[in-house]
Design a binder for this molecule. Structure first.
Ligand code: PMP
Length: 439
């Protein structure tokens, strides 16, 4: 039984008159899955969305990551309400900011000092400025397919070849800026080595998503982060981890403190960027790192960064409340157990109907790649069947299962998903994959 969405279609036509592309972030459009009206949601509670036509969906988009306790979690909602009743914005310091800073530092000890901003983009952008200020160098090395927000420097893609100077990925970025960025394939230590041999004494920082969330969920291969840190330091460059997705996603901490990496010292970054989960669903970002590096930031040092809304009481309160929920014993294990059930069933269905499917799962998050090979870097993630993903996406949506409209995005479980949600999703996926095989 297919869901009808006449009101979403009507609203999309109206939105197109007023909002560029009808959406306030391009990833919300359905361009990558064949176009048409995106679903206009009206409300959300727990693991469920309700659209403007009254249809209910199980949510695996989870707002691209921040929603890990389910929507409208009572503890977070109460914290936000209490905060805004006391005033929304002061432009002065508050005690709450100290509390969240302390929680972040305890969970991620490489951050001696932190600063709150309003988005992941801002957090990453500033880590780059701070690294440049500290090293007095300009170039940045990043990895192909890792997304670091929409600031100029990081919207640069690889040219051809194993390690290349970047070409702008967006209009409006001067090639002079792109030429400060070197892009290397993820999981490719020799590519990084070559880049550092060529440009090492100009490189301010090597920036990476230590566990990738932006071309599917991809783990670094054994030894990759250790070698990355070693080579960067040898060249006098800083290491920046973009943990905007991985922060608090896989356990109470971030990728750099995750159990899969036994030698924590060998993979410790100099600077870390955070966002998403640590704001409990309200706008936030944070960056932090070694004391002497962070002391480059104004008012202590010469690197300027500021924000009218930074550290606002609503976002900070939501963040504290969200982390409190995540401190409860068993929450990550519960999400993982459900993700295991779901991914095993998905794989079985795909195998049964002869549809090549690679699933990368890390605890309660995973990505589905329509291909018959592993996905360990961006090139392999690109080499997957986008049309098949689009077909699957629509068949799932029409059965009330909401995924991100892109073959590169992950599925996220929350503490609110239940066995019943998983069972319903498994049935829907089986029907979808069967229909795809019959095509
Ligand atoms: N870094 C990573 C790893 C991200 O996934 C994102 C957003 N998806 C960002 C940075 C940018 O964060 P924001 O959208 O909050 O600016």
């Amino acid at each position: 039984m297919s869901i009808q969405r006449p009101r979403s279609e009507q609203l999309y036509a109206e939105a197109l008159q007023h909002i560029v592309g009808g959406v306030n972030s391009p990833s919300r459009s359905f361009k990558a899955v064949g176009g048409g009206a995106p679903v206009f949601m009206k409300s959300a509670k727990g693991a469920h969305f309700y659209d403007v036509d009254g249809n209910r969906y199980i949510d695996y988009l989870c707002a691209y990551g921040p929603i890990i306790t389910g929507h409208a979690h009572p503890h977070i909602t109460a914290a936000i309400t209490k905060a805004v009743e006391n005033g929304t914005l002061y432009g002065t310091p508050t005690e709450l900011e100290i509390e969240l800073a302390r929680m972040l530092k305890t969970a991620i000890p490489s951050m001696d000092k932190v600063r709150f901003v309003n988005s992941g983009t801002e957090a990453v952008m500033t880590t780059i400025r701070v690294a440049r200020a500290y090293t007095k160098r300009n170039k940045i090395i990043k990895f192909a397919g890792c997304y670091h927000g929409h600031s100029d420097l990081v919207l640069v893609a690889a040219g051809s070849g194993p390690s290349t100077l970047g070409i702008p990925d967006s209009a409006g970025i001067p090639t002079s800026i792109a030429s400060e960025v070197i892009t290397v394939p993820f999981n490719d230590i020799s590519g990084l080595q070559q880049a550092l041999e060529r440009w090492g004494d100009e490189v301010a920082a090597v920036m990476v998503e230590p566990i990738v969330g932006n071309f599917g969920m991809v783990m670094p291969q054994s030894g990759f982060l250790e070698e990355l840190c070693r080579l960067a330091r040898q060249a006098g460059a800083l290491v920046i981890y973009d943990e905007v997705i991985s922060g608090f996603r896989f356990h109470y901490g971030s990728a750099q403190t995750y159990g899969a990496f036994p030698d924590k010292q060998a993979i410790e970054p100099d600077l870390t960027a955070l966002g998403k989960i640590m704001g409990g669903g309200l706008p936030i970002g944070a960056y932090g790192g070694r004391k002497e590096i962070m002391e480059q930031v104004a008012p202590l040092g010469p690197a300027y960064q500021a924000g009218t809304m930074a550290g606002n009481p609503a976002s900070i309160s939501a963040g504290i409340a969200c982390l409190e929920v995540l401190q409860q014993p068993g929450v990550y294990e519960q999400m993982e157990a459900l993700a295991v059930q779901l991914t095993e069933a998905l794989q079985q269905s795909a195998d049964r109907y002869g549809i090549p499917l690679t699933i990368n799962r890390i605890r309660g998050s995973f990505s589905t790649h329509f291909c018959d090979h592993p996905v360990t870097n961006y090139e392999e993630a690109q080499d997957t069947d986008g049309e098949q993903f689009a077909h699957f996406f629509r068949l799932m949506l029409d059965q009330g299962i909401c995924l991100a409209p892109s073959k590169y995005e992950a599925w996220f479980l929350t503490t609110a998903h239940t066995e019943q949600d998983i069972a319903k999703t498994i049935e829907a996926a089986d029907r979808a994959l069967q229909a795809m095989s019959a095509k």
